[in-house]
Structures are given as C-alpha cells and as structure tokens.
Design a binder for this molecule. Structure first.
Ligand SMILES: C[S@@+](CC[C@H](N)C(=O)[O-])C[C@H]1O[C@@H](n2cnc3c(N)ncnc32)[C@H](O)[C@@H]1O
Length: 204
C-alpha cells in the first residue's frame, strides 16, 4: 500500500524519538511482551499499551512515514511501555534475540491478492517458523482481515503450526481497532483467527 510521504521524516529523526532503526539484538524490559507486526499508524498498539501498563508492547513497521504516526501517538499518550521498530518482520528474531512474546497481532496485513504474490503475505508458510520461534509456550497469534480469500488461505497455513482456538466471521466492534479496521467495517465483515502455538515434541 502506498503511504503518504512526510517531507521532514527520515531514519535519523525517528532515532531521536527512540525508534529502533538498526538491525541488531535489543534488550526489552522484563515484562510480558506482545508485538504487532505491520502496525501502520499505531492506533491498535498504542491503545493496548495505554490500557495495559503491566505489559511491554512492540510495534514493528517497515514504512518510515507511518512509523512516525506511531511515534506521535506514543508521545501524546506518554507511553513508556511501547518500543517502536522501523524494520521488516523477516528480521524479528534478530531484534528479539532471547526474548519471547506472549502474543503476536497481525492486523489487516497486505492481502497481496495476486497468486504469484501470496508468498509475500505475513501468514505465508515462510513466516511461520519466525512466529514459532518468537512465541513463548502457550503464546497466541491473532490475525484480522477484511479479505475473505486471505482469511481462508491464512487459516489453512496457520493450522499447521497453531491450534486454532477461535474463528470469527463477523467480528464485533471493540476498543482495539486499527485505522484500516475502522475504514473496512463500512464495506463488509471483519474476519479474525486466534491460534495458540502448537507444542512440537522434539526427538533427539
Ligand atoms: C495494509 S497496512 C495495515 C496497517 C495497520 N495494521 C492497520 O490495520 O491499519 C499494512 C502495513 O504493514 C506494513 N508491512 C507490510 N509488510 C511488512 C513487513 N514484512 N514488516 C513490517 N511491516 C510490514 C506496511 O508497511 C503497512 O503499513
């Protein structure tokens, strides 16, 4: 999706606001961690962080202009339990290192409708080992979209590494909605999948 350019925003400005811009392992507070991947302008994650001060939240977003919108919200709400990363989900295990998260949120990820682009979807099989490594035992993944075919494809992919706990085909309005969700609700239902990390028995 094309995002509006903000003339004065660059990596060094984001860094002065505490955004992680370098690809290296970081230290996170010793609190339960939750992460949103592709946070967009940050409405969902900043609200969660404001309401749950006992947890630490991470927003990872690869577009610097929308990343700056998260910064604005973080500062307006004076959130010190939110870390913002300007980066790509593919590198999550590098940023997180030894840290494990309790929840991963994928909200209105790009649907990449053309078949030849499905491998770019954040629920494509290549991303699942990253999520498995990142999640603590019993960790959950929550995926939300307005795109039916993307929902069905994601359900199939996620079922291989997650025990599906809930499927919603017309999700109710909540206090935690992204900018896209608010917009997409005007034209149809919202789909949601919640899954718990499957335990893989290791054999030596
Ligand atoms: C369709 S927008 C949705 C934004 C927000 N989640 C919402 O619901 O309003 C998808 C966002 O995911 C980001 N994104 C896509 N792939 C990503 C990746 N591999 N790593 C980090 N961010 C990504 C895009 O830059 C974009 O801001």
């Amino acid at each position: 999706m094309r995002q509006k350019r903000i003339k004065y925003v660059d990596e060094s400005l984001l860094a002065t606001h505490g955004v992680i811009i370098d690809l290296c392992e970081r230290d996170f507070p010793d609190q339960p961690l939750e992460i949103e991947i592709g946070s967009g302008k940050g409405e969902f994650i900043t609200r969660l962080a404001a309401d749950n001060k006992d947890k630490h939240y991470i927003a990872i977003e690869r577009n610097k202009y929308v990343c700056y919108r998260i910064v604005e919200k973080k500062e307006a709400l004076k959130l010190n339990n939110l870390t913002i990363i300007l980066g790509d989900a593919i590198n999550l295990n590098t940023y997180l290192g030894r840290h494990k998260v309790d929840a991963i949120y994928l909200n209105f990820s790009d649907p990449w409708p053309k078949k030849r682009h499905h491998k770019r979807r954040l629920t494509a099989p290549s991303f699942l080992p990253i999520y498995q490594h990142l999640l603590d035992d019993n960790g959950i993944l929550q995926f939300r979209t307005d795109h039916f075919e993307f929902f069905i494809d994601s359900l199939e992919n996620l079922s291989s590494t997650f025990d599906i706990m809930h499927i919603d085909k017309d999700l109710a309005v909540s206090n935690y909605m992204t900018e896209y969700e608010v917009k997409k609700r005007l034209s149809g239902p919202i789909y949601q999948i919640q899954g718990r990390k499957k335990h893989v028995t290791q054999t030596l």
